[in-house]
Ligand binder design. Structure first.
Ligand SMILES: [Cu+2]
Length: 536
């Protein structure tokens, strides 16, 4: 089960579906252009809609069951997306061959994307395009979930800037298990601003999806073995996988790489660092490139969040090794009658030190381009421009009756409260307040569950402008807070126990009903999710 599963560079690149010689495409045949013209979405007060890029991309995407070799011995039953390109460049879809993960979409800003989702699962499903600014009926709201055997047609223009976005299922109360059993892929957008930088590309541009899973002696995934406790805390597995591979190794050249990291775990938080203490150079967050690179001694990456690293191995000697690790941290406090041992719902609790990925440095690679001092231009939101600057829209995160709530509410499929309605075009100040996790907050007294909540808003990218931590939470907070990267566009932000996080968000593109929720997927499935409505 834990056998060393060494991946050669060749295999890994194949796994990644990149490198000219080993490019693994799920469909190479181009089918002549269909007659259907791209639909124009209900737009918009949008300040910017890119000119359409041709050709459009048409993809059949099937969610179904299969088996995959994760370890030696029995194959592992998984759920997997499989894509085939019906129109457009075959290079727009890269397959992670041999992995439950994927595929990877690689599209240009302005491109029209049509995806025909076919549900071959035994349960309802729907795809959410995490981070994309698209109309509500393209966004994967659970009310659009389709039955087994049914299909759903997506058709949207990619207006997002270059960045590492992703997609995963979003059916109500089934998101966590469907992601867990393998359904997730990356959606990578490029644009002209990014292209002009000449960042590492091709085999030097490597997506790394970090997840944790638990397996039984027959190599089968085990979910929620601890029942209710897993549900309340969030699932934590004892095996770390990168792009679906345990004990992941990667052979790299002595050159510069762009590493695109996604925390695709259900609830685990990583404190990512190089094992030798070399600072990490960050060039992008959820919504794409930063204005300028920043460095961190470690990066705190919560479920749903992405970060892109500039990794320079050019001065490493051949045969040396760099390891990406997750540093230890205290985890999250709990007290009361059910505290202590019972809260450790995994043999590998949040905060346990982890090996994530070993990189073996090989021969000299491509010439090293210098790290650009400027990466992009960003429109900076200003709090004095927010329509509610003196009256932030507040969301209290708490626990009641064993369920995590937002403003004392849980998810209702169609309900939107009066205080969940915003105006199209408005810039708003939102604040997430995670200060009611204590026994008092849940009205039970016997249980004190103070947990972090990575909060995700659909349909937008926002800017984090402030964080405040309550004094009694400071010491645990400071073990992770230096790893936040709040300099760029975000769609998911970690709100720690005792913390208030303020974000500025403009609802600029589409009216309709979207979601905001905790991206701890067990919390989400249990109801820590709400609709908000953008009205014009
Ligand atoms: Cu949560």
């Amino acid at each position: 089960m834990t056998s060393k599963n060494r991946i050669t560079r060749r295999d890994f690149i194949k796994l990644m579906g990149m490198g000219a010689g080993t490019l693994t495409l799920s469909a190479c045949g181009l089918i002549p252009s269909a007659s259907s013209a791209p639909t124009t979405a209900r737009v918009l007060s949008t300040p910017f809609t890119p000119a359409p890029v041709s050709p459009s991309l048409v993809v059949d995407l099937t969610a179904g069951a299969t088996t995959i070799r994760v370890f030696s011995g029995p194959e592992t039953s998984v759920w997997r997306y499989q894509a085939s390109v019906k129109e457009g460049s075959g290079e727009s879809i890269q397959t992670l061959s041999g992995s439950y993960l994927g595929p990877i979409f690689r599209v240009r800003q302005g491109q029209q994307v049509r995806v025909r989702l076919k549900n071959e699962l035994p349960d309802p499903t729907i795809v959410h395009w995490h981070g994309l600014r698209i109309p509500e009926d393209m966004d994967g709201h659970p009310r659009y979930a389709i039955a087994p055997g049914a299909s759903y047609e997506y058709d949207f223009q990619v207006i997002n800037r270059a960045g590492t976005y992703w997609f995963h299922p979003h059916p109500h109360q089934l998101t966590a298990p469907q992601v867990y059993y393998g359904l997730a892929g990356l959606f990578i957008v490029s644009d002209d601003e990014e292209a002009a930088l000449g960042l590492p590309s091709g085999e030097y541009d490597i997506p790394l999806v970090i997840q944790d899973r638990a397996f039984d002696s027959q190599n089968q995934m085990v979910y929620l073995a601890n029942g209710m406790m897993d549900q309340m805390i969030g699932f934590l597995g004892d095996t770390i996988l990168v792009n679906g591979a345990p004990n992941a190794n990667l052979d790299v050249k002595a050159s510069v790489y762009r590493l695109r990291l996604l925390n695709g775990s259900n609830s685990r938080i990583y404190k990512l660092a190089w094992q030798d203490g070399t600072p990490l150079t960050v060039i992008a967050t959820d919504g794409g490139l930063l204005e300028a690179p920043v460095t961190r001694d470690y990066i705190t990456l919560a479920p749903g969040e992405r970060v892109e690293l500039w990794a320079d191995f050019s001065k490493q000697t051949a045969g040396s090794e760099m390891r990406l690790v997750s540093l230890p941290f205290s985890g999250f406090s709990s007290g009361g009658m059910m505290g202590g041992g019972m809260m450790g719902n995994s043999s590998l609790p949040n905060g346990a030190p982890l090996n994530i990925l070993s990189l073996k440095i090989g021969e000299k690679g491509a010439d090293v381009t210098p790290l650009p001092s400027r990466l992009s231009t960003m429109e900076r939101h200003r709090v004095d421009e927010a329509v509610n600057r003196n009256n932030p829209r507040s969301f209290a995160l708490a626990m009641q009756n064993m369920i995590h709530t937002i403003n004392n509410r849980v998810f209702e499929m169609d309900a939107v409260a009066r205080d969940e309605i915003v105006q199209l075009g408005d810039l708003e100040l939102w604040e997430f307040i995670n200060r009611e996790g204590g026994g008092g907050g849940m009205g039970m007294g016997m249980m004190n569950m103070e947990l972090p909540h990575p909060m995700h808003i659909h349909g937008v990218q926002f800017q984090v402008i402030g964080r405040q931590i309550a004094k009694e939470y400071e010491s645990a907070y400071q073990e992770l807070s230096a790893g936040f990267v709040d300099d760029g566009w975000k769609d998911t932000v970690l709100v720690m126990p005792g913390e208030k996080v303020q974000v500025l968000v403009r609802f600029e593109n589409y009216e309709g009903t979207f979601l905001y929720h905790c991206h701890n997927l067990e919390h989400e499935d249990a109801g820590m999710m709400r609709n908000y409505k953008i009205e014009s």
